[in-house]
Design a binder for this molecule. Structure first.
Ligand SMILES: [Zn+2]
Length: 76
């Protein structure tokens, strides 16, 4: 019974997130493969990726961390 009470606000939270530009699939991040790039990005249209001169790669968050990447400063 207690579980049901907790489930409803969680469901509302998930549903309300659908119209935001943030990538809800938290396991997918974007990397710029340029020489100086050490960051990963949640959004493909991130400001930090806009000046990337090379192809943008899509990898899992675990893979990005494995590569020593840290979260981009433009992400909130
Ligand atoms: Zn970014």
């Amino acid at each position: 019974m207690r579980f049901r009470i907790l489930l409803l606000p969680l469901l509302i939270l998930i549903l309300s997130g659908f119209d935001t530009p943030v990538n809800l699939d938290a396991n997918t991040v974007y990397l710029c493969m340029g020489k100086g790039s050490k960051k990963y990005h949640y959004r493909k249209n991130c400001r930090g990726l806009s000046n990337c001169s090379t192809k943008i790669h899509e990898v899992t968050l675990a893979k990005a961390k494995e590569m020593g990447r840290t979260l981009c400063g433009w992400e909130d």
